[in-house]
Design a protein around this ligand. Structure first.
Ligand code: VG1
Ligand code: CO
Length: 544
């Protein structure tokens, strides 16, 4: 039978609106006939000029990844792409996808992931489009995609096309389009070699430095095995949970103190290795721990920035830093001392793209365990781990010493995020509306006077695009700050995020638990939002 292009009539699905990072829904939603196809066609309909061009496709390997890749391959061919690069077994970590798009000058890419959300038949699935620069599509494009989903009447696919064998590296033809199955690790690992002092890290391991990397049964496993145990010579067993599973072994592939508890317990115990790290479902997040110490992601960004000169790929080329609004201002203090630009953007990596492209930011990060640089256009979990290893090797210090030195030089910004997951969505919206409308400016809350109260709005300094409603900020006269926003990545009810921050210049006060140091701010926001009255409990699900 000959392979032909087929136009399949369809009708729109409501709610195919990309959130903080693409479209994320329950697997069951994605498995409805036409659901994925509609979204993919809407993506293609929103793009111009891709005929004959290259598309990159890959995902985090979660349940439904393989079927989705086959669907997208057929649709890409039917819509006129000339070539698709797809990771073996349909795998590509999010930063590796960004790397591949850039390395092969692709038109763009489709990444299949719901990141840190649970997987499996009852779990979540997700899809997003990345542009030719390698980063997540900006809002201009995601808005166009959403608009296209609302009026879709047909999608294009192939009839009588065979399944592509994704298990073997090589090239095949699919309805006149080339499908190239690539090693998902090769381009990424080669890029890492250009950035870090690999020999210094190798020496570290040779001299007995110990590490545990928890890949959480997610996509980073093959990357961590190849780079840490392969190229850097870390002993076998350094990487744990290193085989990607469709359901991540039943867990949340979310590298934080709650969902990566085994690693956290190991690092706090008597038999802790020198260094611990974990990554999330799609490999763009990182958690960093030293023996007996957790590194808050906001501090991690600040430490990486302060020590970037020790990393060959960044020596002499730091121009600026960028952080998402709720991320602590620890990195701002580094930028101020070094005379770098410092940008504050809304939550989500897509807002860093223009700054990175324009050379206005070299490193960027988010409080949500996301750190990265201009080497790709996504946050990058393993990159952050290698950056820490490089700095540890160069400074010949422990994680604890590096942190203490940093706080000694710059002061300590106590910081915590409290997540309240699975809330009633209408009640959570009501909380936000009440908080937005409350006349807080000039009031005294918990002994602090409110100096600023707004809903964060952002104008991109490069392309002038604007974004409103990005989170409520309450700043006090003493510089302390509370931020409140609703998650844009969840698929069940609402998740309320409370971000708490206070600067402490006095080194004598640095060695205390963040929850203790922030206790008054935590009480202030719980009272102000009447959390217990509204939801029956004021205890967070996850504390970072
Ligand atoms: C969360 C984080 C945000 C991050 C986003 C995507 O978004 O807070 O900082 O960029 O996830 O990360 P939200 O809207 O739920 O707060 V990932 O690793 O899920 O791609
Ligand atoms: Co992720």
């Amino acid at each position: 039978m000959t392979v032909t292009v087929l136009e399949v009539p369809t009708t729109p699905f409501a709610g195919q609106k990309p959130g903080t990072s693409g479209l994320r829904k329950k697997v069951g939603v994605f498995r409805q006939p036409h659901y994925l196809e509609n979204f993919v066609q809407a993506v293609f309909d929103s793009l111009d000029g891709f005929q004959g061009q290259t598309l990159v496709v890959g995902g985090d390997g979660r349940f439904h990844n393989r079927e989705a890749v086959q669907t997208i391959l057929k649709m890409a061919a039917a819509n006129g792409f000339g070539r698709v690069l797809v990771g073996r077994d349909g795998l590509l970590s999010t930063p590796a996808a960004s790397c591949v798009i850039r390395a092969h000058k692709a038109f763009g890419g489709i990444i299949l992931s719901a990141s840190h959300n649970p997987g499996g038949p009852e779990g979540d699935f997700g899809i997003k489009y990345n542009i030719g620069a390698g980063g997540p599509a900006p809002e201009k494009i995601t808005d166009a995609i959403f608009a296209a989903t609302a009026s879709l009447s047909r999608y294009r696919t192939l009839e009588n096309a065979p399944e592509v064998d994704l298990g073997r590296i090589g090239e095949t033809d699919l309805g006149g389009m080339r499908v190239v199955v690539i090693d998902p690790v090769a381009d990424y690992a080669a890029l890492m070699e250009t950035l870090f002092d690999m020999e210094a890290i190798r020496r570290l391991f040779r001299d007995g430095f110990t590490m545990c990397f928890d890949a959480m049964h997610a996509v980073t496993g093959p990357y961590a095995h190849a780079i840490l145990e392969g190229r850097l010579g870390a002993p076998a067993g350094t990487v744990i949970n290193g085989t990607p599973l469709e359901d991540f072994g039943g867990g949340h592939p979310d590298p934080n103190l709650t969902y990566a508890k085994d690693l956290a317990d190991l690092m706090m115990g008597d038999r802790a290795p020198d260094f611990g790290a974990a990554s999330d479902g799609d490999g763009d997040r990182n958690m960093i721990l030293g023996r007996g110490v957790f590194v808050n992601p906001s501090d991690s960004l600040a430490v990486l920035a302060a020590n970037a000169e020790l990393i060959p790929g960044y020596r002499g080329r730091m121009t600026g830093v960028a952080r998402s609004m709720p991320t602590s201002r620890a990195v701002d203090r580094v930028a101020a001392k070094r005379g770098w630009e410092c940008h504050e953007t809304p939550t989500g990596w897509k807002f860093f793209g223009t700054l990175l492209d324009a050379g206005r930011a070299t490193l960027c990060g988010e409080e949500s365990f996301g750190t990265g640089s201009d080497h790709v256009r996504e946050k990058d979990g393993l990159w952050a781990v290698l950056a820490w290893l490089n700095i540890i090797a160069a400074r010949a210090q422990t994680v604890r010493q590096i942190l203490a030195d940093h706080w000694g030089n710059y002061g300590r910004t106590f910081y915590s995020r409290h997540d309240h997951e699975g809330l009633d969505a209408a009640k959570a919206e009501a909380l936000m509306a009440d908080l937005r409308a409350a006349p807080l400016l000039g009031q005294t809350l918990g002994g602090r006077k409110v100096a600023l109260h707004d809903d964060f709005a952002y104008t991109d300094p490069i392309d002038g695009s604007t974004s409103q409603g990005q989170g409520i900020r309450i700043e006090f006269e003493d510089g302390a700050r509370i931020v409140v926003r609703l998650s844009g990545t969840g698929t069940e009810g609402a998740t309320l995020r409370l971000y708490l921050e206070r600067f402490e210049p006095d080194p004598a006060a640095h060695d205390q638990d963040a929850q203790v140091a922030l206790a008054d701010l935590i009480a202030t926001i719980r009272d102000l939002t009447r959390l217990k009255d509204r939801f029956g409990s004021e205890d967070p699900t996850v504390i970072t």
